[in-house]
Write a protein that binds this ligand. Structure first.
Ligand SMILES: [Zn+2]
Length: 153
């Protein structure tokens, strides 16, 4: 079974090449070091499986690859894609960063605190309610994608 998608795969958290693990609940691929942090956070935060050594239902493996290659990670790092945030000094981890504290703090902020997830602006003036959010103009595309499968963090 080929692990290679159309693009070269890298760790969703630190960009290390050829990640060996997948987080089923987050739709991302991660390296050995970042996986160890995911495990330490607990299964309510991230459920990880090894891409080669774990038993996978084929459809689940396909789903994880599809999510990963379609940018699921940009949900968890939404605000990091904003140049203004980059200037503020917030950045993701690098492969060379120490697992503790650099990678672990980044991963905790990313998946446990949801520090970089897009927050819809509060707009009391036009009466938008939670039920209407999917109709808000400019709502991110991923709202149309099947993330309802994911357990709440
Ligand atoms: Zn990593």
């Amino acid at each position: 079974m080929s692990r290679k998608g159309p693009r070269a795969e890298v760790c969703a958290d630190c960009s290390a090449p050829d990640p060996g693990w997948a987080s089923i609940s987050r739709g991302v691929l991660v390296c050995d070091e970042c996986c160890s942090v995911h495990r330490s956070l607990g299964r309510h935060i991230s459920i990880v499986k090894h891409l080669r050594h774990s038993a996978w239902p084929p459809t689940l493996l396909q789903m994880v690859h599809t999510l990963a290659s379609n940018g699921a990670n940009s949900i968890w790092e939404h605000s990091l894609l904003d140049p203004a945030q980059v200037q503020s000094g917030r950045r993701k981890a690098n492969p060379q960063d120490k697992v503790h504290p650099i990678k672990s703090e980044f991963i905790r902020a990313k998946y446990q605190m949801l520090a970089f997830v897009h927050k819809l602006p509060c707009r009391d003036d036009d009466g938008v309610t939670a039920k209407d959010l999917s109709k808000v103009r400019g709502a991110p595309q991923w709202m149309d994608r099947p993330f309802l499968f994911f357990p709440d963090p």
